[in-house]
Design a protein around this ligand. Sequence first.
Ligand SMILES: Cc1ncc(C[n+]2csc(CCOP(=O)(O)OP(=O)(O)O)c2C)c(N)n1
Ligand SMILES: [Mg+2]
Length: 549
Amino acid sequence: MTIDVATGLARILKQEGVEWVSTFPVCKVNNALGREGVPMVMMRDDRYAVAVADAFSRIMGGSKIGVCTFQGGVNAAGLQVAFAGMAQAFEDGSPVLCITDGISAGETENSQFDVTSALKSVSKWYGQLDKPERLPEFMRRAFTMLRTGRPGPVVLAIPNPEAQYDDAADPYVPVKGSKSMPDPSDVSGAIDLLLKAENPLIYAGEGVIYADASAELKEFAELVNTPVVSTLKAKGAFPEDNPLFVGVRGDQVNHYLDKCDLLFAIGSSLSPGRFSHGIPNAKKKTIVHCTIDELHVNKAYPTAQAVIGDAKFSLQALIADVKGKGGRPAGNVASEVKAVRDEAMTKYREAMASTDKPINPYRVYAGLMEALDPQKSFVTHESGNTRDQLSTVYDTLVPRGFLGWGNVSSLGFSFAATIAAKLAHPDKDCVAVTGEAGLGYMLGQLEVALRQQIGITVVHVSNGGFSGYGPGFWGDGHDPFTHKVLGYDDVDMSKVIGELGYHTERVTEPGDVVLALKRAFEANASGQPAYIEFICSQFPVYGGWVSKS
Ligand SMILES: Cc1ncc(C[n+]2csc(CCOP(=O)(O)OP(=O)(O)O)c2C)c(N)n1
Ligand SMILES: [Mg+2]
């Protein structure tokens, strides 16, 4: 049957299991999505349209693909704003499908902004549909790339959504992703090195979550009796109540990164960045690197042994190999982890019990841990202290019980992530924890949760400034001229946001933290979003990142 490209696209998305599409108007395929019954989550700007779909892919570990649409083509206004979201998705390796208008033949080379080179720089693949009958081919290719190899965004530009093609000529069949197993001799070599090491350390990255390999990681770590560090983006890949869990950051992580003679990386690019650890004295250590992508082997550090393949298959092979070789002796690894961790956590645990006013932010995080069921909740941070502090202390027991994000971390993503989390898991309590800066980004988006009745909670650690930037408690801070904004004495954000229709509270008493959170989650259960402003001190104290040396 002859149909138009936009209708064909909508039907293929449905065949591929896409349940909704996030968008900001206009994109010329949207009307066909509406007609074909694909629900649209309309955000209030294009960056957030990308971010919601991006976050959904992350939260689902790529088992479902987030899809978004935004304006492009000759009038690339939407695309220019969406670009920020695509850059973030590309930086963090998120398998999101971005659909935008394309530039028709005869209209190219009109604008100053070079759409093609811009989109190529933020995608795993950018395809412009140059003939309507190629739609099935492009979609097969897109979903293959979204489900295979190192995750990353795919961008499709559709120049003429009304162009007709015969959908029976090349009937669409959903595509399956493929995974690869590592070379057995690499697996054996990796285990031989591990068994020789005196103080090995496992360094788990987000690839473990994308490969759905948390159970295998736990089995492997226990079998080889080796402590585990998780990256920010992998937080929750290893259960954080396990005696072998060291942490994401904090003095105990520094201790183990320093002390290890062998670093066994799984599912991480091992790129020392702004929000990840470097490996101190790397040249004196043995680095085993299990990764899906050769791009990262011998990148920042010499790799003693690469194991290239899907993290689950790699871990299964590593488990089988080590079982044949007898494993590692039990020793006192777990008791040492506990001692080092307890010592490092003492100051944070004190802050978590603080009765200070304004409220210590750690008291709010302790309240979250008390009010939420760790198995049935989703928490994410913002850029700023909420990231640094939550990733130091928030106990995550299941993958994506906490979403850590940001090789670089673009403010405002937490709201998109929490919307996506609630759409993915309507039964979970979903919370974004933000400071002033993240809140500023998300203010324009708050209407979405009301309109769509998405019951999420925004927790605002309200401290009147960019607290890591100002004088703080220790001297002048790193940006003393640009850290003050209107604070809680100047404006009552709970009233502002309350007027919109959110359940809001302003909490000044440490003893009220847990009850206020519980009331917010109750409101969420009936589809009402909530905003809770906790009047907090500026307390820029958190675990650092170890630098590469
Ligand atoms: C898009 C973007 N621009 C700039 C930054 C740099 N940045 C990181 S945190 C921050 C301010 C954080 O202040 P606030 O939200 O009040 O959190 P606090 O640290 O006080 O808890 C800024 C400007 C960023 N991460 N993202
Ligand atoms: Mg602040």
